[in-house]
Design a protein around this ligand. Structure first.
Ligand SMILES: Cc1cc2nc3c(=O)[nH]c(=O)nc-3n(C[C@H](O)[C@H](O)[C@H](O)COP(=O)(O)OP(=O)(O)OC[C@H]3O[C@@H](n4cnc5c(N)ncnc54)[C@H](O)[C@@H]3O)c2cc1C
Length: 388
C-alpha cells in the first residue's frame, strides 16, 4: 500500500499540544513575506547589537527547526523521533565561521557526532558543508581554475586532510556522511573532493554521498557523469538529490555578472529533472545508494510508487527519504509508518551560530509557494482532531 501523507495523527504524534500551537503561530507568521522580512532584519540588528533576544529566538524558530544547542540536546530530540521509526542526520549547523583555527576546531566536533551517531540505532548519517572547513574565496578561486599560490596549495591540502579525517572516521565507525551542495560558483572543488572521498571509502558500501541540485539545468547530466566515473573507477556512488536552496542568490549573481543563470527556467523544469533523477537512480541501485531529500509530496509518492511497482522493498538498504526537522512531518512520519527508511536533518549548535540556517528556513517557508499553507492546514487539521 502506498503511504498517505494526510494522516496527521501519525505525522504529529511526537508533538505536544503546546508545540503544535507554537508551530501554528510560526508558520502563520512566516506566511507573511513582509513580517518575515521585518523579523529577519530585526533579528540581525538585535544580534549585531548584542541585545538579549536569544531566549525569544530559542523558544520560537530555533526549537521548531533545530535539535538543541549541543549534540547532547540534539540526542534527546533524536531519541524522541526514533520512537516512531524516524532516523536523524546530525548536522552541526554552525555556518559562516572562517579562519584556520575555526576549521580545525570543527573536525573533532564532527568526529564526536560520527561516533555518537554510530552508538545510536536511528542516527545513520551526519552532514558536512565543505565551507565549514575551507575559505569560501579559496573554493571560488579553485572553481574558476585560477592558478593557486604555493600557500594556497598548502591551504587546500589542509582542507582535503580535514574532510579526509572525517570521512575515514565515518567509515571506521559505520556512519554515513552527506556532503551538502552549496553555491554553483564554488561547487566544482566540492564535487571533486567528494568524488575523491567516494573513491576512497565507497568501495563495498556507500559511506559518502555527494549532493545534486536539480534546480540547476546541468545536474541531471552531471549525475549520470558521476555514476559513469564511479563505475569506471570501481566505487559506488552516493547520490543525495535535492532541488536546491540558493535560487534567488544564483539568479541575482548571474544577472549582476552577466552570465547565463545555472538555474532551470521554471519550477516545472526543476520538478521534471528531480523526478527523472530519482527514477534514474532507482533503476541503478546495484551501483549507487539514493538519498531523496525533498518536501515535495508528489516526488516522494512517485518514488514510493516506482519502488512498489518494481518490487524494491520499502526498507531497501540503499534508499533513504529525508526532510528537514520541523518541516513536512506528514511525509516523514507517514513514510516511516510504512517502513520506508526516513531520516530528518537535525541541525544543532549555539543559537547565534545557526542563524544563517534559520534565516534560510524562514525565507524558504515564505518563498516556497504552498509549503507554508500546507504545513498550516495540516497543523490545523491535527488541532481539530485533538479538539484543541
Ligand atoms: C534533507 C534535505 C537536505 C538538503 N540539502 C541541501 C543541500 O545540500 N544543498 C541545497 O542547496 N539544498 C539542500 N536542501 C534544500 C532543498 O534544496 C530545497 O531548497 C528545499 O528542500 C525545497 O525543495 P523541495 O524539493 O523540498 O520542495 P518544492 O516545494 O517542490 O520545491 C521548491 C524548490 O524548487 C525550486 N524552484 C522553485 N521555484 C523555481 C523556479 N521558478 N525555477 C526553478 N526552480 C524553482 C527551488 O529549488 C525551490 O527551493 C535540502 C533539503 C532537504 C529536505
Amino acid at each position: 500500500m502506498l503511504p498517505q501523507f494526510d494522516n496527521t495523527e501519525v505525522a504529529f504524534k511526537y508533538r505536544s499540544n503546546k508545540e503544535l500551537k507554537r508551530a501554528r503561530f510560526l508558520f502563520a507568521s512566516m506566511g507573511s513575506p513582509a513580517l518575515t522580512k521585518i523579523g529577519m532584519a530585526l533579528t540581525k540588528v538585535a544580534i549585531d547589537w548584542h541585545l538579549p533576544v536569544k531566549g525569544i529566538i530559542r523558544s520560537t524558530i530555533f526549537e521548531q527547526f533545530c535539535g538543541g544547542e549541543t549534540m547532547e540536546e540534539a540526542a534527546g530530540t533524536a531519541a524522541l523521533i526514533g520512537q516512531y521509526g524516524v532516523g536523524v542526520i546530525l548536522d552541526y549547523g554552525v555556518e559562516g565561521k572562517e579562519g584556520e583555527a575555526e576549521f580545525d576546531k570543527a573536525v573533532p566536533e564532527f568526529i564526536k557526532a560520527i561516533n555518537y551517531a554510530a552508538s545510536q540505532k536511528n542516527i545513520p548519517f551526519i552532514s558536512v558543508k565543505v565551507t565549514g572547513f575551507a575559505r569560501f574565496a579559496l573554493l571560488e578561486k579553485i572553481h574558476s581554475k585560477a592558478a593557486l599560490s604555493p600557500d594556497e596549495h598548502a591551504e587546500w591540502q589542509r582542507v582535503y586532510n580535514r574532510i579526509n579525517e572525517i570521512c575515514a572516521a565515518a567509515k571506521h565507525a559505520g556512519t554515513m556522511v552527506l556532503i551538502d551542495a552549496e553555491e554553483s560558483w564554488i561547487q566544482q572543488p566540492v564535487d571533486d573532493l567528494t568524488d575523491a572521498m567516494m573513491e576512497l571509502y565507497n568501495t563495498d558500501k556507500v559511506f559518502i554521498f555527494n549532493t545534486f541540485q536539480m534546480y540547476r539545468h546541468d545536474r541531471l547530466a552531471y549525475l549520470k557523469k558521476s555514476l559513469d566515473l564511479a563505475i569506471s573507477k570501481g566505487y559506488l556512488l552516493g547520490a543525495k538529490l535535492v532541488r536546491g536552496a540558493y535560487m534567488e542568490k544564483e539568479r541575482n549573481r548571474a544577472a549582476e555578472k552577466g552570465y547565463e543563470s545555472p538555474i532551470q527556467p521554471d519550477k516545472a523544469s526543476s520538478d521534471r529533472d528531480y523526478d527523472a533523477a530519482v527514477r534514474y537512480c532507482l533503476e541503478r541501485l546495484d551501483n549507487l545508494a539514493l538519498f531523496i531529500g525533498t518536501h515535495n509530496e508528489k516526488s516522494c509518492l512517485e518514488a514510493a510508487r516506482y519502488m512498489q511497482e518494481h518490487n524494491i522493498l520499502a526498507d531497501h538498504p540503499r534508499v533513504y527519504f529525508s526532510q528537514l526537522f520541523g518541516m513536512s512531518d506528514n511525509i516523514s512520519f507517514n513514510l516511516a509508518h510504512h517502513k520506508y527508511h526516513v531520516a530528518k536533518y537535525l541541525p544543532y549548535g549555539p543559537v547565534q551560530d545557526v542563524l544563517p540556517y534559520l534565516m534560510r528556513r524562514a525565507q524558504e517557508n515564505t518563498s516556497v509557494a504552498g509549503q507554508t499553507g500546507r504545513e498550516l492546514s495540516l497543523i490545523n487539521q491535527e488541532m481539530q482532531r485533538r479538539r484543541l
